[in-house]
Design a protein around this ligand. Structure first.
Ligand code: BMA
Length: 341
């Protein structure tokens, strides 16, 4: 096996479990045996938490959670955890304010991602901006959450910020869409010098050749910097006669020019097969939104929404997953080109 390294901070207290007997050795990712880690009715007035993002914070973990309220409307809730597995949620949804400190709530908010760049934590989610689009906010203390300009025109979903600037600019992946259930969709990359003006848009990759991702794809967890490139866990969707099926895929993007895909795994890394992934509000969904990882050991924990009802945890090691992606890589010209036309 190669010696692929994660470039970034350590998180030696991250959740971890070795591969169990139920996961064959050829599978690159294995589930936590106590999944789901967040069950139904996890907080007062919240029926389901799923598609959520967490990050190490002050020796423990903090996260932004998609909480489907009992009226069906999703908002973002803050959660805290000592071990990254057992979570406590704030009673109130996150109260966003504008730059002047005045309340500025989105009409709804879902599928949040949480990424630290330099000394600031950024949250990005899907919200109404005269149609489904991306909302953003920043915080430094997880007490005050200041909305910043919406980065893109509608319609768009699945915004994921890179954890550091590249060539002096912030980078963000997103997935232009429609305002409904979107039967298409490619991942694009945009740059910004200031988190306000976004441009130099590039195509990263489109729906896959293989059936599991033949309908659409979308960014998942924030890319992990490795010695092989940016490791991206994303979701790929298959359109079946009985609805969409969401699996987790893996790709490796060029470090300096991340719109260039170096490797793309033609197989899914994880697909719905456990009861909590196959049965729920929307069956057959595994939807990654975050990883927690430790540079020293190479361990990676993937947080994913399951069946729009639960949060699941899956594990891998950077060496193993990168080796699997490379071994099963199939890239097209549209993947490997710069993505500018
Ligand atoms: C997508 C998003 C996700 C959801 C998925 C499956 O379009 O809305 O939040 O998990 O559909 O329902």
């Amino acid at each position: 096996m190669s010696t692929v390294k994660i470039i970034g901070p350590n998180a030696s207290n991250m959740p971890w479990q070795e591969r169990g007997e139920n996961t064959p050795k050829w599978m690159p990712v294995w589930r936590y045996s106590e999944n789901p880690i967040i069950g139904r009715n996890p907080a007062e007035g919240v029926a389901r938490i799923f598609n959520s993002a967490v990050i190490p914070y002050e020796g423990a973990f903090i996260g932004v959670f998609r909480g489907e309220q009992v009226n069906g409307v999703p908002y973002i809730y803050l959660g805290r955890s000592a071990d990254g597995i057992h979570w406590e949620f704030d009673k109130e949804k996150i109260n966003f304010v504008d730059e002047e400190g005045k309340p500025f709530m989105p009409v709804y908010a879902y599928d949040p991602r949480l990424v630290k760049v330099e000394d600031t934590y950024y949250i990005m989610w899907c919200q109404d901006f005269y149609g489904a689009s991306i909302g953003m906010a920043k915080t430094q203390d997880f007490k005050t959450f200041v909305r910043i300009e919406n980065p893109f025109l509608p319609f768009n979903r699945n915004a994921v910020l890179f954890p550091r600037k590249v060539n002096g600019n912030f980078l963000m992946l997103s997935r232009p869409s429609d305002s409904g259930h979107t039967p298409f969709g490619d991942i694009f990359l945009s740059e910004s010098p200031d988190m306000q003006f976004w441009g130099r848009h590039r195509h990263v990759m489109g729906k896959g050749r293989e059936w599991w991702e033949s309908l659409k794809i979308g960014g998942g967890a924030a890319p992990i910097e490795t010695s092989e490139g940016w490791l991206l866990f994303y979701h790929g969707v298959s359109g079946t006669c009985n609805g969409f099926v969401y699996s987790i895929g893996g790709a490796i993007l060029d470090i300096y020019r991340p719109s260039v895909v170096k490797y793309r795994c033609e197989n899914f890394l994880l697909t719905p097969e456990e009861w909590y992934e196959e049965r729920g509000f929307v069956p057959n969904v595994t939807f990654p939104c975050a990883t927690v990882h430790d540079a020293q050991s190479g361990r990676i924990a993937i947080y994913y929404g399951a069946a729009d009802s639960y949060v699941g945890l899956a594990f891998t090691r950077v060496e193993e997953v990168v080796a699997y992606i490379k071994e099963h890589s199939a890239v097209t010209e549209a993947d490997t080109e710069l993505g500018r036309r």
